[in-house]
Every structure is written in C-alpha cells, then in structure tokens.
Design a binder for this molecule. Structure first.
Ligand code: ABU
Length: 862
C-alpha cells in the first residue's frame, strides 16, 4: 500500500515534471561555456529525521573523490568532473523532486549518484526514462537487485542480503534454531527479511515470529516477549533502532537470555545519540545496558588491507583526509562523534572513482567513433549503453575494498561481525559468503558467561505421589490385608460356631476378599510415573479400575445382601405371619449378580474405550534452585478414556444406586434382629459408613484430582477407613463372643444384636429345671392314673362278675378328661423345647425371652 502510494506519487511527480519542463528528449542539453566539464548529479540524504542520513559523511567523501579524480591527469584527460547535488532527506518524494530539478536544469547530467534505499528505488526506477545510469553509494535494499525494474542501476553499497548468510552462519555456530525478526516497514527491510526467511527455512531455522512497525515499535517489542523470542534479528534505520532499544530496555528483552542482531552500519555510538532530540524515553545508561552484548553484521566498507588503492591512498589515509574534511564541517571527530554515513563514506568515494573510470573508458570508445560524452543527451541510448557497459566492467581497488559489480549491479563484499562488549564494538570475525569461510577471533563475551539459549528450556517434571505418603498408606493397607486374611482364617475355623454360622460365614469371607482387593487397590492408586514407565501406565489404570470395582462389589455386595435378606425376611414374615428360613444361595446369587453386572460394564468399558494415560499440563513454574534459564512444566498422569465421563457416569450411577438402596435397607432394618442373620445391625452400620464415605470421597476426589498427594491420601484413607471399620463392625463382636464363651452351648441362644444375655441364660436354666420337675410331676400323675385305671378295671371285673355289661363304658368316660389334661401339658412343653432349641422367628423383642415366659406360665399352670 505504502509502496503503491509511493509509485503513484512518483508517477504524478514525473507527470508534473514532464508538463512543466516538457519530455526529457525535448530538453536542450547543449553546453556552452564549460565544454571541458562532465556534469554528474548527486542526491544526498543529510537533514532528514528518519531513514539513513548518510549524506552527512558521504557528500564530503564524494567531494574528496572529485578533487582526487580531477587532479589526475591520466583520468578524463582534458575534462573535469563536476557534481551537482541536493539533499533528499532520505524521503523518496523529495528525492524525486531533487532528481527532476537536477535533470531538467542545465547543465546536462551524465550520471546520477544517490544514497538511501528509498530514494534510490525511486530515482533508479525513473532514471531509465532519461537513459541515465544511477550509481547508489548508500542503498542496501535487496529489491534494487531486480534488473527488470532497475535496468540502469549500479551500487557500491552491498545488498543487505549479504548479511543474511552471515546471520545464518552465526546462528548455526551458536546452535540457535529458533529466531524472531523485528523490522521497520520499509521495502529495504521487507525484502531483506524475505531473503532471510528463505535462507532460514533452508537451514532448518524456525522463525518464531516476524514483527513489523512503522514508527512506534512498542507493541512489536511486547509481542516478541510474549512469543518468548530470545534470538532476534532487528532490521531498521538508526532512528527506529534507538526507539527499539529503549523498548527493549523497558520490556527487559536484554541481558543474558537475549541476543539481538542489529545492522552494522550504524555509527558506533548510535544508541547514545540524539536521545533528547528524538524524544527517546530512556537514559543513556539504560540504552547502554540494553545494547550490551548485541551482535552486528555489516558488509566491509573499508579496505581491510592497508594497501595503496587506485587513488594512491590507503584506507587509513582516506580516513585521515575524511576526518579533516568533516572537522571543517564542525563534526566533533576528535571525540569520536561521527556523522551519519561515516561507515559508507568509502563507498561514496569509490562511487565517484567508478564514475570517472567508466567515463574514461566510454570517452575512449566514443573517441574512436568520433563522438564525445559532452554530446550526451537523455535520448542518446547508444552513449547510455556505452556508459552502462563501461561501469559494468569497471573493477578497481578502492578505499572500500575491491570494487566490482555483479550482473545485478550489486557490490560483492565480505561481511564483518562485531559485538558490543562493555559499550564498545569488538570485531569478532569475518565471513566470506562466496567461499563460505568464517574467520573467527574468539573474542565474543556473553553476559552470564554462557551462550544464550534460543528459547526457554522447559523441563518436564512429572508430579508423583510423595514417597512418604505412599509408604505410609501402603503399610496401613498391608496391615489391613493381613488382618483381613487372619479374619478369613478365623471365619473358616469357627464356621460351625453358632455366632459365625448364623452370620453367614461365606458372606463374611466374600466381604473380606473384597476388603483385601480394595486395600490392594491403594497400592495401584499410588503407582505412578515414579514406579512405572508411561507405556505400562495404561495397564496400571485398568488394574486399578478392575480391582477397586470388584473389591467394592465383593465387600459391599456381601454386606448389602445381608441387610437385603433381613429386610425381605421381616417384610415377608409380617405378610405371611410365618417365620422364614434364610437360604444362603440367595445371598451368594445377589453378590454374584452384582459381580456379573460389574464384569459386563468393565469389559464394555475396557474393550470399547480403554483407559489410557493422559497428561495434565500445569502452567510453567520457575525452578527453585538453579540459575539456568529454564522453566519447569509440571505434568500429572491421569487414567482417562475418550468418553471417560460417560463410563464413569454409568459405573458411578449403578454403584450409587446400590449404595443408596443399601442405605435405605440399613435404615429400614436398623432395629430388627433376626436369628437367621445375627449381625445385620453391625452390617447396617458398616453400610452407613461405606455409603457416607463414598458419597463424600467421589466428588472431593474429582475436585482435587490435580493435587496428586491430596487426592491419593483422600482416596486411600477413604478405602482404608471403610475396610477397617467394616471388618471391625462385623468381626469384633464375634471374636469377643468366641473369646468370652469358648463353648458352643451357650451360643445356642446367642444373638450379637441382643446385647448381654446373662438374664436370659438364668431364665433358661430355671425353665429347664422347672421343665424337669414338671416332667417328673407328669410321670407321677401318669403313674397314679395308671394305678387308678388298674384299680378301676379290677373293680369293673369284680362288678361284672356280679352285675350287667354297661360298666366298661363308664370307665372310658372317666378316662377322657384325665388324658386331655395330660395331652395339654405335653402340647405346651413341646413348643417350649422347640423354641429354646432353635431360637427361630423374627421378633421385635428377644424371642427367647417372650416365648420362654409364656411357656413358663403354661408349664406352671400345667
Ligand atoms: N548503509 C546504509 C544503507 C542505507 C539504505 O539502504 O537505505
């Protein structure tokens, strides 16, 4: 857009110029008085506010060159070279205006010298219309290497692309493979960056970000920080460079962690100059701090070998003369205050020499055909071509080094690399792009003593359960497992004891196996990246899920089946009015049913969408004990499948229902004691405990899932607590009973739910004694009846021997009431025995006590 506007303005300017001055070929180039003078036009950027104001030093250098050329008799014999120039301020519009004034005002100019890429681009694009060769002493834009666009352009200034191979070389040398670019939005830098990007891609260097700015670099610099840019190539003119450096200071993008590549053609103290004038909001000291350690690359613009050049001077001689000339223009050279363009001054000096040599060659050629350079007009394409060929083939040793032009009109040059060390530029080495030869002085110095990294090194640290916590939970779990195994043994050994037998020992064993599995799962919950490889982690995930699920189902299912049976017995008994028997297989089937549902669900889960290792990544953290430029990225392993929530929802929903139902049954049967399942109240308590802990633990674990220690501790403690409490509730009363009453007889009326049975025991003994006495009484009565019967029979037979046959029926009538009475006693005794022996029936009150009392009353009355 900016370029389009530029070209538009140039076109308008050209149009205006043509309208005012007429077309180029219509101008009158005839020279009258100064026939021995060859005129050239010069455009120097001097007094502008931005861009490159290198004309400040280049114009005096060109003046020196003119003096030297004109002093040479063997060069342009009979002619002198005269430079007509004006200031472009490095503004393309002003540059175009200056060019038209120079070209349309007498005398006829034979060539155009220009500096600053933006102005060179403008004038070189237009100059072809006047058949003018343009020689740029101060234009680095790679865009100028386009021969189709700039067919008559040559430059003594190397293209900015010569820096790029050097930058790549340095990045490779220091192992930087991730760089960022900050550029001013000018064509010279845009085309340089395009070339740099292509070269980086070729070299496998990642460009992390490319930020550009027009005049204010604040946002661009801030973005660099956001992108964690560490190695940054900065491409901008010096005024913008000062603004950038100030922002670099403010955003702390300097120091041991950052490397900046700046353009090397700024003056040595560029970061301290004009701060007030340009309203830079940083002090000199701050600018110095921010500039420390940066690297520069620049094409060699001063002849390095102190050889005599074409002008007869060495580059040092030239420097002395230039300094003198600059001092005359009031520059404080003695205090190392150099004007802008001091670096490029040899290029301007050599540019004038190149013009002179080319004219010399052309004159010789024109002489041979009877023509003269003096007769050149803007329509004289033939002479223009001769000048073009002459300059194209010009080669000489100048104060800037060997001057030669490539087919694109570019200068071929070495590059030098410098680093700012302690506020001064130190030469680190040279790089010859042509031969890929890096000459290195090993003088680089890095803040912090180490080559900066091209990125923040991120160390991944896997968060694991703390070893102490794992060991302590593991130890408690082992104790629990051993205790559960001991209880299994106890349960089996005493399975025939009433206290165990009526608590369903198989169910107890199932519950204990479940407890062992649940406690075993505590180990699996603590097994993480500390102990297992990431490849094995999915197996741990699956083992965890299976073992905890099955353990829960066995443990809780066994308890659930007991309360469920109690509930069934109670409700059925109420309905039928009969005492029901408990069939153990129904309990086993219930546990088996839960297991089958679990296995089906788990199989579906693990086959369709198996649990995998997933990683939760936490924000970067600073390491606690290192000076290195590293960050810690904590990671935490989780077990998840793709549709984790769906599977967990199904499993937890199903388990939740069983838990809630178990809670309901436990509540319903809270005050019911049945002889068939003697520990149902304790089992109910265990169920309360499990339900409450599960309902608390599940959501809490979801919330604290990212805190590995807390979530492991919470989960492990919940499991341990449930297991230990369940074992204690179910088995401690049984163990106590067996220890208190080693003989089985007493347990015949034992009911763990009935509490202390001493009173019942006494009553039982007294009933037994009473029963015995009644038995004896009955026997005595029966004996008496038998004797009475015999006596009656004897009397009957005595009677019959003396009376009629009706006597026996009277004897039978006497017998009936006696027999009824005896039968009633017997009938009352039998149920009493049955009750005392079997202790059967579901009663809200202790059955033995109620029935025993009633029987006792019957027996007494009998
Ligand atoms: N070395 C100065 C280059 C200036 C420019 O290319 O505009």
């Amino acid at each position: 857009m900016r370029l389009n506007l530029l070209f538009l303005s140039i076109a308008v300017a050209v149009g205006l110029a043509v309208a005012v001055f007429g077309p180029p070929h219509m101008s009158n180039p005839l020279l009258t008085k100064d026939d021995n003078v060859l005129h050239i036009a010069g455009i120097f950027p001097i007094g502008g506010k931005g861009g490159w104001q290198g004309g400040q030093a280049c114009q005096p250098a060109a003046r020196l060159a003119l003096e030297d050329v004109n002093n040479r008799t063997d060069l342009l014999p009979g002619f002198i070279l005269k430079l007509h120039w004006n200031d472009s301020e490095c503004e393309p519009g002003l540059g175009a205006s200056v060019m038209y004034n120079l070209l349309y005002n007498k005398p006829q100019k034979l060539m155009l010298l220009a500096g600053c890429s933006t102005v060179c681009t403008t004038v070189a694009e237009a100059a072809k219309m006047w058949n003018l060769v343009v020689l740029c002493y101060g234009a680095s834009s790679p865009a100028l290497s386009d021969r189709n666009r700039f067919p008559t352009l040559f430059r003594t200034h190397p293209s900015a692309t010569v820096h790029n191979p050097t930058r790549i070389k340095l990045m490779e040398k220091f192992g930087w493979s991730r760089v960022a670019i900050l550029q001013q939005a000018e064509e010279v830098f845009i085309s340089t960056v395009e070339d740099l990007e292509a070269r980086c891609k070729e070299a496998g260097i990642e460009i992390v970000t490319r930020q550009s700015f027009l005049s204010d670099p604040t946002d661009a610099v801030r973005n660099l920080r956001r992108q964690d840019a560490r190695v940054i190539v900065g491409l901008f003119y010096v005024v913008a460079a000062r603004r950038v450096l100030c922002e670099v200071y403010k955003h702390k993008l300097y120091g041991k962690s950052y490397v900046w590549f700046f353009i090397g053609w700024y003056e040595d103290d560029w970061f301290e100059q004009n701060l007030e004038k340009e309203k830079i909001n940083c002090t000199r000291e701050q600018m110095r701090i921010a500039a420390e350690g940066h690297l520069t690359t620049e094409a060699l613009m001063w002849n390095q070998n102190n050889q005599r050049t074409l002008s007869g001077m060495t580059s040092d001689d030239f420097r002395i003369r230039l300094n003198e000339a600059l001092k005359k223009e009031n520059y404080d050279i003695d205090n190392m205050r150099y004007p802008e363009g001091y670096q490029e001054a040899p290029l301007a000096y050599d540019a004038v020499w190149a013009v002179a040599l080319a004219f010399n060659k052309t004159m010789e050629k024109l002489d041979r055909v009877g023509k003269s350079l003096k007769n050149f007009t803007y329509t004289d394409k033939e002479t223009a071509d001769d000048i073009y060929s002459a300059i194209n083939s010009t080669q000489f040793l100048g104060v800037s080094g060997h001057v030669a032009f490539s087919s694109q009109g570019d200068r071929i040059a070495l590059t030098q690399i410098e680093q700012m060390i302690d506020g001064k530029y130190v030469l680190l080495g040279y790089y010859d792009t042509q031969s890929d030869n890096l000459t290195w002085n090993n003088k680089e110095k890095w803040i912090g003593g180490k080559v900066p990294q091209d990125r923040t090194i991120v160390r991944t640290v896997l968060r694991t359960v703390s070893l102490g916590l794992f060991i302590s939970m593991g130890t408690v779990s082992v104790v629990g497992i051993l205790w559960a195994i001991a209880l299994i043994v106890f349960n089996i050994l005493h399975r025939h004891r009433k206290v165990i037998e009526t608590s369903h020992p198989v169910c107890n064993t199932i519950m204990l196996v479940g407890v062992c599995l649940c406690l075993g799962s505590v180990f699996l919950l603590g097994l993480d990246g500390r102990f297992v490889e990431s490849e094995s982690y999915p197996a741990v995930c699956q083992a965890r899920a299976w073992i905890l699920t099955l353990g829960f189902t066995l443990g809780y299912g066994a308890m659930f089946s007991k309360v469920w049976r109690v509930h069934r017995l109670t409700t059925k008994s109420k309905q039928d009015g009969k005492v029901k028997k408990v069939e153990p297989w129904k309990l086993y089937w219930m546990v088996g049913g839960f297991l089958i549902v679990d296995i089906i669900l788990m199989l579906c889960w693990q086959i369709i969408d198996p649990l995998q290792r997933s990683i939760e990544i936490f924000p970067l953290e600073d390491p606690s004990s290192t000076d290195d430029d590293i960050k810690i990225r904590p990671e935490l392993e989780h077990c998840e499948s793709h549709h984790n929530n769906v599977w967990l929802g199904i499993l937890c929903g199903y388990k939740g229902l069983i838990l809630i139902f178990g809670l309901f049954l436990a509540y319903e049967t809270r005050s019911i004691k049945v002889k068939q399942i003697n520990d149902s109240r304790y089992v109910g308590m265990a169920i309360y405990n499990v339900v409450v802990l599960c309902l608390i633990t599940a959501p809490v674990i979801m919330v604290i899932a990212s805190q590995q220690d807390a979530s492991f501790a919470f989960e492990a403690l919940a499991i341990i607590f449930c297991c230990f409490l369940s074992m204690a509730l179910v088995f401690v009363p049984k163990i106590a009973e067996i220890i208190q009453h080693p003989r089985d007889k007493v347990e015949a009326k034992y009911n763990t739910d009935a509490g202390v049975s001493k009173e019942d025991e006494d009553r039982y003994h007294s009933l037994l004694a009473e029963n015995d006495e009644l038995q004896k009484l009955i026997s005595a009565k029966e004996e008496k009846i038998r004797i009475l019967k015999i006596k009656l029979q004897e009397r009957e037979s005595m009677k019959s021997s003396g009376t009629d046959g009706t006597a026996p029926s009277a004897a039978e009538g006497m017998n009936e009431p006696i027999c009824l009475g005896a039968g009633g006693v017997r009938n009352n005794l039998i149920p009493a025995r049955t009750y005392l022996g079997n202790a059967a029936g579901a009663q809200p009150e202790p059955a033995g006590r109620g029935m025993g009392a009633r029987n006792s009353a019957n027996l007494s009355s009998a």
